[in-house]
Design a protein around this ligand. Structure first.
Ligand code: AMP
Length: 290
């Protein structure tokens, strides 16, 4: 596995590899969710490049950026064992040199949920992803549905700017108890880890109500909130940023068509997000739990 450190090294490497080239953008602390993206990339790409960059532009709180888990050596060992061809892990000063002034903002899709709670977050995401796609010239780029709003923003940006990369979506990989894998999970203490799956369970229970015929968003969202009350009373779930029922294409409040239930909660200073989409295999999944 080749380690690339600068935008120039990235460009030179990518200009000379066998195609198709797939990229897997990450912020590191590699887990099975990331590795699933790598596996899918390997299925359709001759060359697979992962990127590892904790992007300061998408963190609105300095503390969250500072505490984000980082372990380049361990990450490169895991990615090398997964037989990717190259890892691009630049310093922030290389990505944002003095004078850097551009920001890409995707309106509408960024105005709800994560965009409301984390002002500027999606501008940071869209800008870095655009840089990675342009810099690598990737044929395919792989993103997880766990960050569904991010995925929608990226797809819109790629379509609007006519970036010639295909965006591939990968399902959310979960722990056996339902908790979506996330780099932030490793920051949890044992009480927080024990409570964390409640977000998925709350969304899944609310989803079942939809499946059983309930269509009032307020009732469905209320069911999820109800399930979050106990850990809130116990003080482990410290706040709920949002529970929303939206259209997964527009990210606006649901009126008809496909449904996404999404939520973000805080366990002390650890924030977790999750979502479920009430179509196709998700229906099978909640069925099989009954
Ligand atoms: P991150 O390192 O958290 O920025 O994530 C990098 C990529 O991995 C993003 O496209 C995420 O959506 C994806 N990802 C993160 N967690 C998961 C998961 N549990 N399942 C599937 N994809 C994930």
């Amino acid at each position: 596995m080749e380690l690339l450190k600068t935008p120039e090294e990235l460009k030179t490497y990518c200009a000379n590899v066998n195609r198709p080239l797939g990229i897997v953008p990450t912020m590191g602390s590699i887990h099975e969710g990331h590795l699933e993206l790598v596996r899918q990339a390997k299925v359709e790409c001759t060359t697979v490049l992962a990127t590892l960059f904790v992007n300061p532009a998408q963190f609105e709180q300095r503390g969250d950026f500072a505490s984000y888990p980082r372990d380049l050596i361990n990450d490169s060992n895991i990615l090398s064992a997964a037989s990717i061809h190259a890892l691009y892990a630049p310093e922030a000063s290389m990505v944002y040199p003095n004078g850097f002034s551009t920001s890409i903002s995707v309106n509408g899709l960024s105005s709800t949920m994560e965009g409301l709670v984390r002002p500027g977050h999606f501008e940071g995401v869209a800008t870095i992803v655009a840089k990675l796609l342009i810099g690598s010239g990737a044929d395919y780029a792989y993103f997880g549905r766990k960050d569904a709003q991010q995925l929608a923003v990226i797809k819109r940006m790629v379509a609007d700017l006519e970036v010639p990369s295909h965006i591939r979506e990968v399902e959310t990989i979960r722990e056996p108890d339902g908790l979506a894998l996330s780099s932030r999970n490793r920051l949890m203490n044992s009480d927080q880890r024990a409570v964390a799956p409640v977000l998925y369970r709350a969304l899944a229970t609310a989803g079942k109500a939809f499946y059983n015929g309930e269509r009032r968003s307020s009732t469905i969202i209320g069911i999820a909130h109800e399930m979050l009350k106990k850990p809130q009373r116990e003080g482990i779930l410290t706040s709920i940023d949002y529970i929303e029922m939206v259209n997964p294409d527009s990210m606006q409040p649901w009126k008809s068509g496909n449904v996404m239930l999404a939520g973000a909660i805080r366990l002390g200073n650890i924030r977790i997000i999750d979502n479920i989409i009430l179509v196709d295999n998700y229906i099978d999944e909640i069925h099989s739990e009954e």
